[in-house]
Design a protein around this ligand. Structure first.
Ligand code: C2E
Ligand code: MG
Ligand code: MG
Length: 564
């Protein structure tokens, strides 16, 4: 090759190398193409094409993507092929062509053409791998965008105001299992895909959509597209087979309207909000599409905070037993007490309403209840050993325990481990609403009774009271909720007064012990006595007391009853 041409070649090659090395920017395709045209002219080449195969199998079967690298508009025969195999086993090849009547390449020319081809192949291969990596990272198998792509969208839009006028939605197709049954797996897949594609087209370039898995999706759309999107989520007609069958598809959806100037501190923020709203939508009380409100979050956040702190708090002994005395209405004698939990946390006493409902969302409440029973037994044992006036103590058990087949055994093991006679323990249980729970409740109460452990219906009248529950389950005690207790100024023929009278009469007549909770005034105590109720519990006597205070009451043995 003459010196001039040689120099020209190296200049062009240098430019090609520079252009094909650029990463993180769109490649300058036009410039590369014009370089290639010039280079191919130098070597009398008519055409160059490259192939990309995802794996050797595809290469064998000829399934790949072909792209033309340069084409000088002439035909020709292949004269040289270069093949690249990457570590991921994807394969890129490049072949150059030359017209048959052209002078063949010299050895030096072939060497130079080979360099050009390898430079180009490295470039093609890298670009293809990048596309492949994106597909693997941001799409799931059947071609839905995945949650990573959704998070990437959020992090790209993380500046204040980027998401103004946008709405985030978490939705699930309703009864998708039934659709799958009706239309078969293939039909089900088709429904999913068509539903997704339609929403994708509604959202356009103004948002993002992704599948979380199964029939669960998230999306972000413009506020202006929201009515149409929600209409579609509420009721869509979707193609379910190639031959034109359609299915009606509706969804449960949680919606968060992103406020102006909102900053995405962490993509999980938005996700949490739409998930919470979605959970409510699924329960269905507020309809199948629920908008997120801040109130919802603070309750959720509180719950997760409590659940997070609970294990350490239990270990550190932050939960304490307080005792509220139960008093005989005729004599003022202390005939029992209810154990109520108090959480001593960071110098404050947290009342049960702040943590019991949160713990009831998981089985943590069961751990707390067993802990309380254990402490109560420890205290009773101590009182018995000290020859104090020990009384029967009632312990609250959450309904969550009812499905535990080992429950009664665990309770008895705890009591027996402290060597406490069973008659000192009473278990308070609340009413239940479903048949299944009802059966479990009956089984538990029966088993406790046959082990001489007392049971009481707590908060009778508060929930969905069922007289059947009282008839069928062998309770010992009926604890009438303060909701039934007439106020001082209330007349004797008010509905509450009448109900109060008959509830106590019913309990007495079927042989149940009867106690009323929330007794606050002497007049209320008088009402209990007049109606033949046995016991009272309430602020009139004492609030729930720490153990040292309660022990003083035990020493005192009875309260002075007020003049009535
Ligand atoms: P509960 O079992 O019905 O307990 C009675 C509640 O009424 C107690 O509230 C008590 O302090 C309150 N009370 C007692 N006398 C009066 C009164 O004269 N007036 C008024 N206004 N209230 C009175 P507390 O201690 O806040 O407990 C609330 C609920 O938390 C309990 O209701 C019980 O359901 C639950 N709880 C407390 N400790 C435990 C526990 O260890 N395990 C479980 N599972 N639940 C517990
Ligand atoms: Mg109770
Ligand atoms: Mg109660």
């Amino acid at each position: 090759m003459e010196a001039n041409k040689e120099l020209q070649f190296y200049k062009l090659l240098e430019q090609l190398v520079a252009l094909t090395q650029i990463v993180n920017e769109e490649p300058e395709t036009e410039k590369i193409e014009s370089l290639l045209c010039e280079l191919s002219g130098m070597f009398r080449l008519s055409m160059g094409e490259s192939h990309f195969y995802r794996d050797p199998q595809n290469e064998k079967n000829g399934i790949g993507e072909t792209s033309i690298c340069f084409d000088n508009g002439k035909t020709g025969v292949p004269i040289h092929t270069v093949r690249f195999v990457t570590r991921l086993m994807s394969i890129t090849t490049m072949t150059v062509y030359m017209e048959e009547d052209e002078a063949p390449l010299t050895e030096d020319e072939m060497y130079k053409v080979d360099i050009i081809m390898r430079t180009l192949l490295a470039f093609v291969s890298r670009n293809k791998l990048q596309t492949l990596a994106e597909e693997l990272a941001f799409y799931d198998d059947p071609g839905f965008r995945n949650v990573r792509s959704f998070f990437r969208y959020l992090s790209w839009n993380s500046q204040p105001g980027d998401l103004s006028n946008k709405v985030a939605i978490n939705y699930n197709l309703r009864h998708f299992a039934l659709l799958n049954e009706e239309y078969g797996r293939v039909g089900g897949d088709l429904i999913l895909r068509n539903h997704y594609r339609h929403l994708e087209s509604l959202i356009g370039n103004n948002g993002a959509i992704a599948r979380l898995g199964g029939d669960a999706f998230v999306c972000i759309c413009d506020q202006t597209d929201l009515p149409e999107v929600l209409d579609y989520l509420n009721d869509a007609t979707v193609l379910a087979s190639q031959d034109g069958k359609t299915a009606h598809v509706s969804s449960y959806a949680g919606v968060f309207q992103i406020p102006d100037g909102y900053t995405v501190r962490n993509p999980g923020d938005i996700m949490n909000k739409i998930m919470n709203a979605y959970q409510l939508a699924k329960i269905g009380v507020q309809g199948n599409i629920v908008f997120f409100s801040d109130m919802m979050m603070s309750a959720r956040e509180k719950t997760s905070r409590v659940l997070k702190m609970f294990p350490a708090a239990l270990k550190k002994g932050e939960f304490h037993v307080f005792y509220q005395p139960k008093v005989n209405v005729e004599t003022g004698e202390i005939c029992g007490a209810e154990a109520l939990c108090r959480w001593f946390h960071e110098g404050k006493i947290v009342p049960p309403i702040e943590f019991i409902p949160a713990l009831e969302e998981t089985n943590d409440i069961c751990k707390l209840d067993f802990y309380m029973l254990d402490k109560v037994c420890e205290h009773i044992r101590k009182w018995l050993d000290e020859k104090k006036h020990a009384v029967r103590i009632s312990v609250n058990l959450s309904r969550r325990h009812m499905i535990d087949p080992e429950l009664v055994k665990t309770l008895i093991d705890i009591i027996d481990s402290h060597n406490v006679p069973h008659e000192y323990i009473e278990i308070e249980l609340t009413e239940t609403t479903t048949d299944v729970q009802f059966k479990d409740l009956k089984r538990v109460v029966q088993a406790l009774q046959s082990s001489d452990i007392c049971t009481s219906v707590d908060d009778f009248g508060m929930g969905y009271s069922s007289l059947n529950l009282i008839r069928v389950v062998p309770w010992n005690v009926l604890k009438v909720d303060k909701i039934f207790l007439p106020l001082d100024e209330e007349s004797a023929d008010s509905i509450r007064s009448v109900m109060f009278k008959y509830v106590i009469a019913m309990a007495k007549n079927i042989g149940l012990e009867c106690i009323v909770e929330g007794v606050e005034t002497p007049a209320q105590l008088k009402l209990l006595r007049e109606n033949g109720c046995d016991e009272a519990q309430g602020y009139l006597f004492d609030k729930p007391l720490p153990i040292e205070e309660f022990e003083k009451r035990l020493d005192m043995m009875k309260y002075e009853l007020p003049d009535m």
